[in-house]
Design a protein around this ligand. Structure first.
Ligand SMILES: Nc1ncnc2c1ncn2[C@@H]1O[C@H](COP(=O)(O)OP(=O)(O)OP(=O)(O)O)[C@@H](O)[C@H]1O
Length: 374
């Protein structure tokens, strides 16, 4: 029998916390997910003392949930922030590069991941002229790589660019932009984004302990995304690129429901399997009434650095053909090149340098600017 979220919350509402209220009314239940017979969630106490006081409630919550029909397993994590409340100092950005890494700091005190605030429909983000969703049907096609490099290329072309890493299942932008270990500053209300290579950057991964968001679903995710859009001091931006998780899930839905997204760009490799999934992503954006602005082919051709021979490891031209068939613009192609990966791993996007690959990203940026998309 399917377990309903409402029944779980109802059971948890019955558990009083010291000082009045209950687990749900005090917003202590975070990251609730229900997966077949398993219920997972986090009880987030405000500090270590509060966590100790809540420990008996964890057992009570488990017992109550296990008594619900269909529940086989209950996983509860009781956590408290590792550091006292207050913002860790932000490390200043080096001009032209990413802020220097200061080692792994605890997450900022602002709680990310909460129930969404009701709103009438998709809203603009203050100061942001355009929001572009960067999506893919399949994982690993280079969507995050493309997003960081496109952001850098747009910044180099003089645009005011923001990048929101909403890939909660594997936020990779901090690593790709050399921001690993840094924490954004917050006053408890608003978040100061980080800056790297001329791009204003915020990643859901910078706001939480590793792996914390993995269990989020539905409303929690929607609330978190809403916070990332509205509680970050984005400043005045010509364009905000949103790096989405692969596929067609809650984050895509939440983004298009909460924000006025100008359009989506779909990244795919030329392989048939990737293209089939890309079609699904396009279909989803159509259903969400978000215009698909075009397709990009990543890992297009491979030029052997030793002999100059051009090979097409994943095929070539498949995405352009698909775009034509769907009547969508083909925005450009990025070659498969070892430097792309090495630069991404090293935290200095290849688009920040010179050469044929940075030129390919510059062409893509120009195409978007020329088309009024960025
Ligand atoms: N054009 C390219 N040439 C060489 N390597 C690339 C290229 N594009 C991406 N890569 C590498 O492929 C791997 C996957 O890329 P990336 O993480 O950007 O994909 P993704 O689609 O965002 O994945 P996920 O869906 O898992 O987030 C990375 O190691 C990246 O460096």
């Amino acid at each position: 029998m399917a377990i309903s979220r409402e029944n779980v919350l109802l059971a948890l509402q019955g558990i009083a916390v010291p000082g009045g209220g209950n687990l749900v009314s005090d917003d202590l239940v975070r990251a609730l997910s229900i997966d077949a017979g398993t219920i997972r969630f986090v009880i987030e106490a405000k500090d270590a003392d509060a966590a100790r006081a809540l420990a008996p409630l964890e057992a009570e919550a488990r017992a109550r949930l296990l008594a619900l029909p269909g529940v086989e397993k209950v996983q509860i994590v009781l956590t408290a922030p590792a550091a006292p409340r207050g913002a860790p100092p932000q490390v200043a950005a080096r001009s032209g590069g990413a802020s220097a890494s200061g080692g792994a700091e605890p997450p900022p005190s602002l709680k990310i991941g909460r129930h969404p605030t009701p709103q009438a429909g998709p809203l603009p983000v203050s100061g942001v002229a355009r929001i572009l969703a960067i999506g893919s049907g399949k994982g690993g096609v280079g969507k995050s790589t493309l997003t960081s490099n496109l952001a850098v290329a747009l910044a180099r072309a003089g645009r005011r660019v923001g990048l929101l890493d909403a890939d909660i299942y594997g936020p990779s932008q901090p690593r790709m932009l050399g921001l690993t270990g840094q924490r954004p500053r917050t006053d408890g209300q608003m978040i100061e984004p980080l800056h790297a290579f001329g791009v204003t950057v915020m990643s859901i991964g910078l706001m939480m302990k590793e792996g914390e968001a993995l269990v989020w679903r539905g409303p929690m995710l929607m609330g978190a995304l809403q916070q990332m859009l509205n509680q970050v001091k984005w400043g005045e931006l010509d364009v905000l690129l949103v790096d989405l998780p692969p596929g067609t899930g809650d984050v895509q839905l939440s983004l298009c429901q909460k924000a006025q997204v100008s359009g989506a760009i779909i990244v795919s490799t030329p392989q048939d399997v990737a293209l089939i999934d890309a079609r699904r992503a396009i279909d989803m954006f159509d259903k969400l009434k978000t215009p698909v602005l075009g397709l990009v082919e990543n890992m297009s051709s491979y030029i052997c650095p030793n002999c100059g021979h051009e090979a097409h490891l994943f095929g070539h031209g498949g995405v352009a053909a698909e775009a034509q068939q769907l009547g969508l613009p083909f925005l450009g192609e990025i070659p498969l090149n070892l430097d792309v990966r090495l630069a991404g791993d090293a935290g200095t996007p290849v688009a920040a340098g010179e050469g044929p690959v940075p030129d390919a990203f510059a062409r893509l940026a120009d195409r978007l600017i020329g088309g009024g998309m960025a």
